[in-house]
Design a protein around this ligand. Structure first.
Ligand SMILES: [Zn+2]
Length: 235
């Protein structure tokens, strides 16, 4: 019976696909009923950080700055790359399903690589409420949602919040920007994180300054372990 049901669902999807053809966001070929966002061929060509040395280098980014137990990033981020295209389309094209899809594939790959840690809660880097209203969704939260759907971890939002609106601050010097970032986040209920293994998740990791600012707040909770992950990392 379940097999028959799965067959009916597959045929229904194939039928809908015929009426409303969906195409791969990266190469424009028609998607199969079981594919969403991008075709499997494109997924395999995404520039993954596959080498253990690359993941170790990521861990090194935080050495002496944050007590990070595990650090993970799925993809290389370069300007003009397909990774940028995916994130741009999700963020500015108003398509949160792309971010969720990315999170799901990230989780699958992390699992396949055999380095998935045992964690309790995933905290996406929050947006300021004003930015959230403008955009309609938090990209990092949608990535976290996809990630949690394949790892079984729990999505934890509304506790770590962004209280300072990040204005365009290109005119400010590095020190002023850092000061502003350090005071941007607050943790509303530190007790909710007590004794938990938590993962802080961002979409793109560059210098780690945002993660550091969030971690400054998370330190006020008695965590069991602090872990960080990003969908992509600039190198
Ligand atoms: Zn494709």
């Amino acid at each position: 019976m379940p097999k028959f049901k799965a067959y009916v669902v597959y045929m229904w999807k194939a039928f809908i696909n015929l009426l409303f053809p969906r195409t791969c966001i990266l190469c424009n070929t028609l998607l199969l009923p079981e594919e969403t966002v991008a075709c499997l061929a494109c997924v395999h060509t995404l520039p993954g950080l596959e080498l253990p040395a690359e993941q170790r280098a990521l861990q090194q980014t935080f050495a002496g700055r944050l007590p990070v137990q595990h650090a993970y990033a799925w993809l290389h981020f370069r300007k003009g790359s397909v990774v940028q295209q995916l994130l741009h389309e999700a963020k500015y094209g108003g398509r949160p399903e792309i971010a969720r899809w990315c999170g799901m594939h990230m989780g699958r790959r992390w699992k396949e690589q055999g380095s998935l840690p045992a964690l309790d809660l995933v905290l996406p880097v929050p947006l300021h409420p004003r930015r959230l209203k403008e955009r309609g969704f938090n990209q990092s939260e949608e990535i976290a949602r996809g990630l949690c759907s394949v790892t079984g971890w729990e999505l934890h939002t509304g506790n770590l919040v962004r209280s300072v609106y990040a204005r365009s601050n290109t005119r400010r010097n590095r020190w002023a920007r850092m000061q502003q970032m350090q005071n941007s986040f607050s943790l509303l209920q530190p007790a909710a994180l007590e004794g938990k293994h938590i993962l802080l998740l961002d979409d793109v990791l560059t210098t780690g300054a945002t993660m550091e600012a969030c971690a400054g707040q998370l330190c006020s909770a008695s965590l069991q372990s602090f872990n960080v992950a990003a969908l992509a990392r600039t190198l």
